[in-house]
Design a protein around this ligand. Structure first.
Ligand SMILES: [Fe+2]
Length: 244
């Protein structure tokens, strides 16, 4: 029986609907998944084949390397079922018809206990995405950084004065005056957000191996055909350099 803790938070970040909630670790094989990922990380803390920019992505992750026999794929069977309830809760919050069909695809995991970077990107071939903080110590590890999509941030210097007046705040309603936003997350938290909301990850040296799993959510109904699969489920903001 799946459960869903009602201590969830639904909010809007720059007008984008966000759900932050917790996943009960007893609902899936958490320790088994962590062992597989930890063993993979210990083999190579720099597993990275996806990035195509000069941004310097150097976090251990599985994207576009899923068929590498050196790194077993965690058994996500129970986990993907556990994700169903928060996913349903999110799409109902948005006002979707409950009869809409939902497809969930786990697309990546990341692991890091060193200083590492996962470059700014958005998720493609889906409407929404999710990040799950499977192993995470808030005192040592850093959350996902979401990037303000409004273009006026590049030139509207007056925001500095507004920020100075309001002061440092973690009230998401103040996010409009910030370039970036990081939610205060804990282990077992998940965040669901619209797929085009750009984000990146910066990790720092820690005793705790920071482990996250990301999933894409597609909605399909007879009146709105799904977009065809794209080659990449996470797409960098940057093009591969053609020279130098
Ligand atoms: Fe991502």
């Amino acid at each position: 029986m799946l459960t869903f803790k009602e201590n969830n938070k639904f909010c809007y970040l720059w007008g984008m609907p966000i759900l932050i909630t917790k996943l009960d670790p007893k609902e899936y094989n958490k320790q088994e998944i962590l062992k597989t990922i930890t063993d993979n990380y210990d083999k190579d803390p720099d597993r990275e084949v996806w990035a195509s920019s000069s941004m310097g992505t150097n976090i251990h992750h599985s994207l576009e390397d899923i068929n590498n026999k050196n790194f077993p794929v965690p058994d996500y069977t129970k986990l993907i079922k556990a994700y169903q309830i928060p996913t349903q809760h999110y799409i109902q919050q948005l006002g979707f018809n409950t009869s809409v069909n939902v497809e969930q695809h786990i697309v990546n995991y990341t692991a890091s206990r060193k200083e590492a970077f996962f470059e700014p990107h958005y998720h493609t071939g889906c409407k929404f995405s999710m990040v799950h903080y499977v192993q995470f110590n808030p005192k040592e590890n850093s959350g996902t950084v979401f990037m303000n999509p409004y273009l006026h941030n590049e030139y509207w210097q007056e925001r500095r004065h507004i920020r100075k007046n309001i002061g440092v705040t973690d009230d998401v309603s103040h996010s409009w005056i910030y370039d970036e936003w990081k939610f205060p997350v804990e282990e077992d938290d998940i965040i669901i957000f619209p797929a085009p909301l750009k984000h990146y990850v910066k990790t720092y040296p820690s005793k705790t191996l920071r482990v996250t799993i990301s999933m894409n959510i597609q909605l399909i109904d007879k009146d709105f055909a799904t977009i065809g699969s794209e080659l990449r489920s996470e797409r960098s903001m940057f093009q591969k350099p053609t020279s130098g």
